[in-house]
Design a protein around this ligand. Structure first.
Ligand SMILES: [Zn+2]
Length: 83
């Protein structure tokens, strides 16, 4: 049973105010957050790890990795910047 999408600790990610029109968990798919990779000026989704305690993803262009840990007291934003 999935817990709330709290994000406690963000390594290399910065929450931003804007919400992309496609953000959010869609139906039965894995939860994801939208990331703008400022290193390459591209957007992508990063998905929740199967352990459920973090989101992990890589920049689609330069493969830079970013991780967002999930926990109480974090932000519920779904749109971040990395890079
Ligand atoms: Zn990049």
């Amino acid at each position: 049973m999935p817990g709330p999408d709290y994000i406690l600790d963000i390594d290399g990610l910065t929450p931003v105010q804007a919400e992309p029109p496609t953000a959010g968990a869609s139906g039965s798919g894995r939860p994801w957050i939208a990331v703008k990779w400022t290193c390459c000026s591209v957007y992508s989704r990063i998905y929740r790890h199967r352990d459920g305690d973090r989101y992990e993803g890589r920049c689609p262009k330069c493969m830079k990795q970013a991780t967002a840990r999930v926990g109480p007291g974090g932000t519920s934003r779904r749109f971040f910047e990395a890079g």
